[in-house]
Design a protein around this ligand. Structure first.
Ligand SMILES: O=CC(=O)O
Length: 365
């Protein structure tokens, strides 16, 4: 009966999975444009909590057709409000990055059938707890690949070509371009670009960089990517040590897990080239920040560009901010209007599909 009311299969293709790479992007784009035109019902059988007041209207409009919406109003999220409003809901669109754990699931109650985050990374979710309760969980990878990839390319050039340091030179009246070797940076042309993690975001970055005449893409992942993707992107899977040794630019694009936490530490930096540039658009905790500070301060590596740090917010007193050879952004990889709206659309579809007992568009497990 539930399926009859809110099945999205005709709209999004039964069993369709989340985006797996550039090849499938066009399919996702047409999905997003198609919108959801479900049959309007007189009674709304589901109660869905929206945990953040700024979830874009695209997602709200989809959900409100068939669901009674309950909304958290506070920003940053007031946990007490969330825990009170979560009681008795059937579905949740988890709009922020606050802990989705046993406390929240207990407060919701056993009728909870469907949750989607509005993020690609789900390191703030207690996944074991969600799985144990057999609650379908969705997330929103892929729709943010392009926005994050654009930002990563920006960071890579900004760090390699010393944008931040250049700006400081002007501010401190140290414009010394009468020196021929002043402010020289690293070429992207003919460089080896390494990826630690090579999913949709990594591949979207590599695709963009092919326009910069790079020499080769290397990547380290658990599983090899499809051969046609390797061919298209001139990419080769290598062991971590080779990645460290050969990359001129090394981009971290892997999820934060127990296995990836702290992997970029002093040992790793000591295996990198002195001219190497490190980019992190994934999660701050993958990098040991003290070791990164030392590596940059001693010019053990050339520069770093970070969109993610640990903790977030980074305190303004952080010693990282005293360095010239680092550029740091406040985790804005997916922060474009269109991407945020697409994320809300996919999250809403996930929630609706979970409520209908159907496979989510982007299941997280
Ligand atoms: O970092 C952003 C995300 O995981 O969506």
């Amino acid at each position: 009966m539930l399926n009859r009311f809110i099945s999205l299969s005709p709209l999004i293709g039964k069993g369709s999975r989340g985006f797996q790479g550039p090849a499938l992007l066009s399919k996702r784009q047409s999905l997003l444009k198609s919108g959801a035109k479900n049959k309007t019902m007189s009674a709304k059988p589901f109660k869905v909590l929206i945990t953040h007041p700024e979830v874009p209207q695209s997602g709200i409009d989809l959900l409100k057709e068939n669901c009674e919406l309950v909304r958290v109003e506070s920003v940053p999220t007031n946990r007490a409000e969330l825990l009170q409003k979560i009681r008795g809901v059937d579905g949740i669109l988890w709009g922020g990055h606050e802990a989705l754990n046993a406390e929240a699931l207990d407060a919701a109650g056993p009728q909870l059938k469907s949750i989607s985050t509005m993020s690609a990374g789900i390191d703030y979710v207690d996944l074991d707890e969600v799985k144990r309760r057999k609650i379908p969980l969705g997330h929103t990878p892929t729709v943010l690949d392009n926005a994050v990839a654009d930002l990563a390319v920006g960071l890579l050039i900004a760090a390699g070509r010393r944008f931040h340091e250049g700006r400081k030179k002007i501010e401190t009246d140290k414009w010394e371009n009468y020196h021929l070797n002043w402010m020289l940076g690293q070429d992207v042309r003919d460089s080896v670009v390494g990826f630690y993690g090579f999913g949709g975001i990594g591949q979207a970055i590599a695709k963009r960089l092919s326009g910069f005449d790079i020499d080769q893409v290397l990547y380290t992942t658990r599983r090899r990517v499809a051969k046609d993707i390797e061919k298209e992107l001139n990419a080769k899977k290598v062991e971590f040590d080779e990645l460290l040794a050969k990359s001129d630019f090394l981009v971290i694009a892997a999820p934060l897990t127990a296995a990836t936490q702290g992997v970029f530490n002093a040992t790793a930096f000591n295996k990198m080239q002195k001219t190497a540039v490190l980019i992190n658009i994934a999660r701050g905790k993958i990098v040991n920040q003290n070791d990164l500070y030392d590596a940059l301060k001693s010019n053990r590596i050339f520069a770093a560009g970070l969109d993610v740090v640990d903790p977030e917010s980074l305190p303004p007193t952080s010693k990282l901010l005293t360095l010239d050879n680092i550029i740091i952004l406040p985790h804005i990889g997916s922060a474009t209007n269109r991407t945020r709206s697409d994320m809300a659309t996919i999250a809403a579809h996930n929630v609706l599909r979970g409520l209908a007992g159907e496979r989510m568009l982007s299941p997280a497990y």
